[in-house]
Design a protein around this ligand. Structure first.
Ligand code: DGL
Length: 267
């Protein structure tokens, strides 16, 4: 038993897809969330910058005395060097391995599409992970640089035809390939899953990378006997590095429920 919180971080709203699933499957766990909204997007940064951001985010959560960390960010998960993770004194889960496992077991025709940020796609993490798990699977991977800025700009502008046009362009080669499974490799993308399904059709199975990481965290906490034991539902803490009010209202819109007020912090 361990009543310390579970830490979750992302560059912004995307990490809430892991929070949503953690709240559903582990309702007794307290969550400390960090969204680095001042430096979003991460997905167009180089690996050295991403390493620094990862260290800042991990150190912030460690300063909150968390027992476990979910890297709810495909960009960081695919770029963070092993030595950075090995230096973290608590267990850490990224999104890549759990998402690859779910996608490979979901596909029936052996064709998987992957959409993610440029930094995530160029790392090759999803492509290599799938090839290692099942070399017979065909992978069509597309970098989608316009999606995160458009999702994050919600609240300043509406989500509209611009996002649908970007999706149609990015998804076209994946639809042509006949993929029956699509990895939403950036945790922001499940927030627009309804728009993706409208374009791809209901037969394509979408894999939510944030939710997959949350399920892995649950298994790990169960196996290590580290689940919390408390009588009432915990209050979660949300930190962002800029514009807490916009984060609070956008997260309510995307999750369909209020998350509580976000607090501004520096890293
Ligand atoms: N949600 C993140 C990811 O999964 C980060 C996106 C970004 O900041 O570009 O990649």
């Amino acid at each position: 038993m361990d009543n310390r919180a579970v830490g979750v971080f992302d560059s912004g709203l995307g990490g809430l897809t892991a929070v949503r699933e953690l709240k559903r499957i582990l309702p007794n766990e307290k969550i400390v969330f960090l969204g680095d909204t001042l430096r979003v997007p991460y997905g167009t940064r180089d690996p050295e910058t991403l390493r620094q951001f990862a260290e800042d985010d991990l150190n912030f959560l460690l300063s909150k005395n968390v027992k476990y960390i979910v890297i709810a960010c495909g960009t960081v998960s695919s770029n963070v060097p092993d030595e950075v993770l090995e230096a973290v004194p608590v267990p850490v889960t990224g999104v890549i391995a759990p998402t690859v496992a779910a996608a490979v077991s979901s596909t029936e025709n052996g064709i998987i599409g992957v959409i993610a940020t440029p930094a995530c796609i160029s790392s090759g993490a999803y492509q290599n992970g799938i090839a290692k798990t099942d070399p017979s699977v065909k992978v069509i991977a597309r970098a989608c640089p316009r999606l995160v800025p458009l999702i994050e700009s919600f609240g300043v502008s509406e989500l509209g035809s611009e996002i649908d046009a970007a999706l149609e362009e990015y998804l076209a080669p994946i639809m042509e390939s006949g993929a029956d499974t699509l990895i939403l490799g950036c945790t922001h993308y499940p927030l627009i899953a309804d728009r993706i399904t409208r374009i791809m059709g209901r037969d394509v199975h979408l894999i939510d990378s944030g939710a997959q990481a949350a399920r892995t965290a649950k298994e790990a906490l169960e196996t290590s006997d580290s689940l919390a034991a408390r009588k009432s539902r915990p209050k979660h803490d949300f930190y962002v590095t800029s514009d807490p009010d916009r984060f609070t209202s956008s997260s309510g819109y995307f999750l369909g429920e209020a998350i509580g007020k976000a607090t501004i912090t520096t890293l």
